[in-house]
Design a protein around this ligand. Structure first.
Ligand code: SF4
Length: 575
């Protein structure tokens, strides 16, 4: 069956299944969500109003047997940043959507009354239903109930209370193969889904499969590609310690933002490190190695059990552990895992929410290190929508403005993640110039600056950092379009067989002849499309700046400051 565009209009509750316009045919994942948002969403619209659209798209290779190809992209105008936004996640939804034959699901309009709805998709079929039972419930209850109504094979995309209350830190949750939660984390897309009054989307692909134009060529390319992934040493470290392997590494580099970005090292780093977490997981009968979707061969995820050996959370990332840990000076992994579970349930981005807590701690709303109070505020204030809960649930910038704090680590109002840009400067260029606000995944210079992948760059020097960030942002935009997990980038940068075999798979899937140049051009086109949307929304190069405190407050242990001029940053767009 040919791929189609599935469209849902929430104003008049109509649906349609349309042919794919020729200009969208070569896109998938982020390339497609950004192309559709740029084409159909007025850049100056209110992100929570009827003119914004929420778009889901599987990657070009999602639904196939290609290793690590199960990432789903969601796009819209972001209520957090006001920019175009793409978030991506693992789980089962990308594979289900692709097998349903849905190249993109576009949700537009807004209901005229206060009713809530669910949507279900099958091959060739869209159903909109009224939903009452699950309104007000967290994501775990939603997944459990939807599986009972349909089957445990169903894919589920949902929002928790955070999305229902249209909080700017709200994420969209994706069911994983174990019926746990993965998150389309950044940019408040859960609030956009909430504004359209959709509690969940159920995906039933039945036994439908994705068609492959040249199955033999596809199989051969996948074999080469998979070998490149599993052989790379960073893939192996990720499979042992998860992304949390980075706590000790980034702390050693002096770039682990601590106590609301006032220090670059955390004295409790050992207690929250990947090594400590690994041993704890093994001791409690959890799984240190686990995939967020079927077909992942790196498996950086894990199953974290509590002290009694019962499941607590999974896929707990370095960035989440850093944000709730070092940034809030909490050195207890069990408390961090508890908070990770709660935020998954409410449906809030762990980075945005925990950085917001760090700013609230700076303001004296609660004490640094007080994890019990954090847990109380999450469950009793945020989940219930109290005034304090809404202040924090609307993100770090909102907390800073509410309490008059000047050390507020955001770019375009999105919280800066787990790498201090004063001590690791290339990632600062990515934060400043990304089309999506501060986001390490948009151009992960840490690979080269800290891990020595794809060459070397001195993290404390400005030299070559704009070029490094630019090259990685272009490559990332292309990778985000394939449905591939970003962690294929380590092998792609170091192993000469990796990228060609990825391109071979795309060619074999669609019967086309893409070249490496085509892929680079695709990445450039996506960035320019996103940048043009932001410009039309009112953003200028003056928005591509880090907060002032990075320039005037040196960070220990290197006493480094952010020292790029605006003119230097602006050269990023010279391509
Ligand atoms: S490497 Fe990690 S993030 Fe990537 S697909 Fe596998 S489990 Fe998911």
């Amino acid at each position: 069956m040919a791929d189609k565009i599935f469209r849902v209009n929430m104003t008049d509750l109509s649906t349609s299944i349309e042919d794919v316009p020729a200009e969208w045919a070569g896109h998938g994942g982020r390339g497609l969500t950004s192309t559709i948002v740029a084409a159909e969403v007025p850049p100056t619209c209110h992100p929570l109003g009827p003119n914004n659209k929420l778009v889901f798209a599987p990657g070009l290779l999602s639904g196939t047997t290609a290793s690590n190809s199960g990432r789903i992209s969601a796009g819209a105008k972001s209520p957090l940043t006001g920019t175009i936004k793409e978030a991506n996640a693992g789980g089962t939804s990308a594979q289900k959507l692709a097998r349903i034959g849905c190249k993109a699901l576009i949700i537009e309009g807004q209901p005229q009354d206060d009713s809530w709805y669910s949507i279900s998709l099958k091959p060739g079929e869209i159903t909109i239903s009224k939903e009452e039972k699950l309104v007000g419930k967290g994501n775990f209850a939603v997944v459990e109930d939807v599986e009972k109504r349909f089957s445990d094979k169903i894919g589920v995309i949902s929002i928790g209370q955070g999305g229902e209350m249209q909080m700017a830190a709200a994420n969209i949750s994706i069911k994983d193969p174990d019926s746990h939660i993965r998150s389309l984390g950044r940019g408040g897309l859960g609030a956009v889904m909430g504004s359209k009054k959709i509690k969940f989307i159920a995906l039933d692909s039945g036994d439908a499969k994705v068609e492959i134009a040249d199955p033999e060529a596809f199989k051969a390319a996948n074999k080469t590609f998979t070998k490149a992934l599993v052989d790379h040493p960073v893939s192996q470290a990720l499979g042992t310690y998860g992304t949390n392997v980075l706590v000790n590494i980034i702390n050693e580099a002096g770039g682990l933002p601590t106590k609301n970005f006032s220090q670059g090292q955390f004295e409790g780093h050992e207690q929250i490190s990947g090594e400590t977490m690994h041993d704890l997981i093994v001791e409690r009968g959890g799984k240190p190695k686990h995939g967020c979707h079927a077909g992942c061969v790196i498996q950086c995820s894990q199953i974290y059990n509590d002290i009694k050996g019962n499941y607590k959370t999974s896929g707990i990332e370095y960035e989440s552990i850093w944000a709730m840990g070092a940034d809030c000076t909490i050195d207890n992994l069990d408390q961090i895992a508890e908070m990770d579970h709660i935020l998954d349930d409410i449906g809030l981005d762990t980075i945005e929410t925990a950085v917001a807590f760090g700013v609230a701690m700076e303001a004296g709303v609660l004490a640094f290190g007080d994890s019990n109070e954090m847990i109380r505020i999450m469950t009793e204030e945020i989940a219930k929508g109290s005034p304090l809960g809404r202040v924090i649930g609307n993100g770090a910038g909102n907390v800073g403005r509410t309490y008059g704090i000047t050390r507020v680590p955001v770019v375009k109002n999105q919280a800066i993640p787990a790498y201090d840009p004063r001590a690791i400067k290339g990632i600062g260029v990515t934060y400043a110039t990304s089309t999506q606000g501060a986001d390490h995944t948009m151009g992960y210079t840490i690979a080269t600056e800290i891990l020595g992948v794809g060459g070397k760059a001195d993290p404390l020097s400005k030299e070559g950092q704009v070029e490094l960030s630019r090259n990685l942002q272009i490559a990332t935009a292309a990778i985000d379009s394939t449905g591939m997990c970003l962690f294929i980038a380590f092998a792609a940068l170091d192993d000469s067989t990796c990228l060609p075999s990825l391109i071979d798979m795309i060619n074999a899937r669609f019967g086309i002849n893409l070249t490496a140049n085509d892929v680079t051009n695709l990445g450039m086109t996506i960035l320019k499309t996103e940048h043009a949307f932001n410009t039309a929304a009112g953003f200028t190069n003056l928005d591509d700046r880090l907060p002032e405190f990075f320039e005037i407050e040196p960070v220990t242990p290197h006493n480094a400051v952010w020292d790029f001029t605006g003119e230097e940053i602006d050269t990023f767009w010279n391509f």
